[in-house]
Design a protein around this ligand. Sequence first.
Ligand SMILES: [Zn+2]
Length: 772
Amino acid sequence: MRHRLTVLVLIGLVLLVAAGGATAEETPRVIVLGFDGVDDVLTRKWMEEGHLPNLSRLAKMGSYRALDVTNPAQSPVSWAAFATGTNPGKTGIFDFLKRPPGTYDAQMGLAKKTMSSEFTPQAGMRWVLRAAPAAVVAIVVLLLAWIFARRKPAWFPVGLALGLLLGIGTGFLFQKVHIPLPWFEKFTPISAIPDRLPTAVNLRQGPTFWQTLGKSGVRCTVVEAPTSFPAESADGGRVLSGLGVPDIGGTFGLYFVISNDPRVPDKTEMGAIIRREDPDENGLVKTWVRGPENFLLPVSRQSELRGRIRTMKDRLKLSLGNEKRDVYKRLCERERELYPSIPVEIQLMPGDEPKAVIRVQGQEQTIALDGWSDFFTFEFELNELLKPSGIARFHLKQCDEKTYTVILGQINWNPKRIPPNVPITSPREWAAELSDDEALGYFDTLGWACVTGALKDEMMSEAAFLAHTNLLWDARVRKTRHLLAKDDWDCFVSVLTETDRVQHMMWRLIDEKSPRYDAKLAEKFGDSILEFYQKMDGLVGEVMDEYLDENTVLFVCSDHGFQSFRRGVNLNTWLVRNGLMKLKEQGGALSLEDLFDPDVKMFKNVDWSGTKAYSMGLGKIYINLKGREPGGIVEPGDYARICEEIRTGLMQLKDDDGTQVVKAIYLRDEIYAGNQVENAEDLILGFNAGYRVGWQTTLGGAPPATIEDNTQKWSGDHCSFDPSIVKGIVFCSRPISVDDPNIMDFGPTILSLMGVAKNPGMDGKVILEAGR
Ligand SMILES: [Zn+2]
């Protein structure tokens, strides 16, 4: 009996211990902080020097490793692999730009613009609403005919016929014709909504790990998710799209320059929209900004207007004096027809403390020289019902007695008024909820909101660029902090991108060998990259102190590292010189803006009948393959031989000082596996330190020199560098059990931590020991 009791007590104790063990192994919460472009080598160096105390603390607590990233080491490619746990051969994201098979056209690599009827009323509903006025007309006429026919019955059939005819006529009018008159649109608003609205399709294939978690009931909050536009639904979770969200014009983000300074060029590589306006005698400048293309215009008219605008822009560059003014005026007229416009007034106040008062649609703000305004809202009007709303900030660059320059940053979609065809959040209303929250307010929604383009085009000072980048960073930190504190998540992912942007623009100030090194600027701004690494370190420390406990796992990661971009390699020029590409004539330079003009053809100077290979995008070569390319000449049987010929040739390419330019060249089948491989480029370049693909090559151009100095302020890069020299970082609060963690490993690891089965087809591995 006594013995039995002891056994029972023992069993009880065992059960208790087991229950205790079960508590310790409770599903943990996961936080991932992603910092775009944070480099392994710099991080290690600055940790050793004691600049990043919180990251050092995290490494000591768990692990720190260099992170293998995708090939190519580009943000869209790498973050897509992060999100899905698969290689680019499955995500289908290979570059910022892509060439759809069967064409020579460049397309955005992340999302595709399309017209969709998804967001407009159902066809049946539309028919009923449009048919209603017809029915009313028919009934009224019939009624009159009936009253009239009581006296003259013989006339009734005539009334009947008339009623039917007028009814059908009205129906036809309302069904087919949209009359852009306010009263008409108010009377029958359905006619103001077109059958289809422009929207986007995400080109990234495969589910994200937060979608898989959501299906298992894990609550995910994902902030600034890259390659997630349109925002995918996450079953009970919330997603705010990041990289990939366009500006209000559907582009990467075009900015405006309003100026009377003759030094401002007519066209810039990053596609600035130039407004040349002279102030009146009181220093008042009247100008206008444009919104999205008016897709309600007939397609042929849109195309015609685009053509005229292009011609006039080319003429503008060649003309002078009065003729230039005249061409500019006509250019503005055409632009205002193609794009809805909003008047802007700038009252210049030069003097000891120069400033400007800016007025837009009843809003007014004063900005000091070198300063940025708060957000202005811009309500463009396509018709009575369709009024896309944007937000943007002004910057006063220059304001003296003679000249002035005002910059307007890219116009973001207004988060408070996101139309259904631009789904930047899931659930859809989350964007407005976030923005209506007093702690957050308006925030940039554009995927690439940083004004790198304006600094690259030399339209802005370093100080102004950094001031704006700080605004962006602060807003993202505010958002991250605020959403973490809501405590309504099991898995939290936030990606902050300013670390990447600052390195792109400021690398020249930490590299004395950069063609754009400037000792004076370096003295002033040489610490800016370190400062952003320290800001990252600060946020990591804050999250560790507030949220890290034994039941929470923290990951800190990046999508790639960085290198100095000193020399540009013009791959098309190399192909021409080696008899692999034939030009009709030396081509004119293209700008980023041209990419968004569907009528501008890339490679218009290429003679395809003499071309075996061509380059486009960031360090990619395509074979002009028979049966695939529209003017293909390379027989499929010769494909492998031509690839090898290019590989051997480029591996021997030496710079003037004898440096080997290319580290490795990869064939797509060597590095990718999956059902998307056929959309990949044929050869993928991996340049050595200091060398990147040349600017005009990315847009398909072939300038005279094969290798030339990169004279741009955009001086740090990772695209087209061999992935082995641009590794990212991964920190974890728990020990990492492998030596070669990869960007694809996050999905499988987080799913395993949370006890959710891995998606079939995931290529990544689990990098934490089981049970830790
Ligand atoms: Zn980058």
